[in-house]
Design a protein around this ligand. Structure first.
Ligand code: CO8
Length: 292
């Protein structure tokens, strides 16, 4: 059964309903949304969808149900024409302290392999709209990987990025050996993944290119929403093609990537937004994009 409390095009499962929850600075909309999800909060701010991981007692450890909810919220925002970008955040203490260790500790190899354990984490990569991860506090293990699955990372001053899985007798499973290398280089990625330490501070993460902006913790969400709002004001086809192409640069050789880029650039001349954008420039006015 589904019900819509926030945005006309957003539906939330009542099955995940939680009865009592207290909020410090949450908005009314956020509280309404929290009654429908058990482990996350959702709200809209203008054209921006905000997803907040909300499992504070476990430092937002990414249990299976939490990730199911994240995927559903992301899908709903992705399908909502009124939303142009998404922000994903956690609490001031933890963006997420990793996959839920207690939930998975007794798993067997055969089960995890046969059921593709945590394979659904990859669904976040199917989201076409840009996602900004606003990271305060711990982003460890799967938490760091979740942030890296997003398109832009903003960090609060006390954010900590690390891949401690080796301390548990395993390795990263959702990008820690792949995306991290591309963001911070081989040596630091090796050090982090193999020693389970060498965590990155927010400033280090920024200087290495993992993070694009560091701000005081209490300003983080507003900063992320501001940038997301700016992105959401552009033509959605252009934004989504830009995201797709940048991600493609990790997958394909340069010549193929450049060919894709040129083809998409040329295709955009078939949109009303291209006419509006270029006419507005010529007429010295601001463009009004209609996503057509
Ligand atoms: N899983 C489950 N519970 C957790 C987790 C976690 N990852 N992290 C913290 N918690 C719980 C603690 O057990 C504790 O619960 P309780 O109060 O019931 O004892 C509560 O959160 C608070 O934690 P602490 O008391 O430990 O808080 P501290 O401030 O002392 O320490 C730390 C904070 C440093 C973050 C510490 O909690 C910690 O080291 N956590 C584990 C970090 C970690 O190892 N993360 C990696 C997990 S493995 C992983 O992410 C693999 C991802 C693979 C993805 C594959 C996809 C296909």
């Amino acid at each position: 059964m589904f019900r819509n409390l926030i945005s006309p095009s957003i539906t939330k499962p009542l099955s995940a309903q939680k009865s009592v929850r207290s909020f410090s600075s949450a908005s009314v909309l956020r509280q309404a949304a929290a009654t429908n999800y058990q482990h996350i909060l959702t709200e809209t701010r203008g054209k921006v969808g905000l997803v907040t991981l909300n499992r504070p007692k476990a430092l937002n450890a990414l249990c299976n149900d939490l990730f199911v909810e994240v995927n559903e919220a992301m899908k709903n925002f992705d399908e909502d024409d009124n939303i142009g970008a998404i922000v994903l955040t956690g609490s001031e203490k933890a963006f997420a302290a990793g996959a839920d260790i207690k939930e998975m500790k007794d798993n067997t190899f055969v089960d995890t392999y046969k059921k593709d354990f945590l394979g659904h984490w990859a669904k976040i990569s199917d989201v076409k709209k840009p996602i900004i991860a606003a990271v305060n506090g711990y982003a460890l293990g799967g938490g760091c990987e979740l942030a890296m699955s997003c398109d832009i990372i903003y960090a609060g001053e006390k954010a900590v990025f690390g891949q401690p899985e080796i301390n548990l007798g395993v390795i990263p499973g959702a990008g820690g050996t792949q995306r991290l290398v591309k963001a911070v280089g081989k040596s630091r990625a090796m050090e982090m993944v193999l020693s389970g330490g060498a965590n990155l501070t927010a400033d280090e993460a920024q200087s290495l290119g993992l993070v694009s902006k560091v701000v005081p913790a209490d300003q983080l969400i507003d900063e992320a929403i501001k940038t997301a709002g700016k992105i959401a004001s552009k033509s959605q086809a252009s934004v989504q093609m830009g995201k797709e192409l940048i991600n493609k640069s990790f997958e394909v050789p340069l010549s193929a990537g450049l060919r894709w880029e040129r083809a998409y650039f040329q295709a955009l001349f078939g949109t009303a937004d291209q006419k509006e954008g270029m006419n507005a420039f010529a007429e010295k006015r601001k463009p009004t994009f209609t996503n057509n």
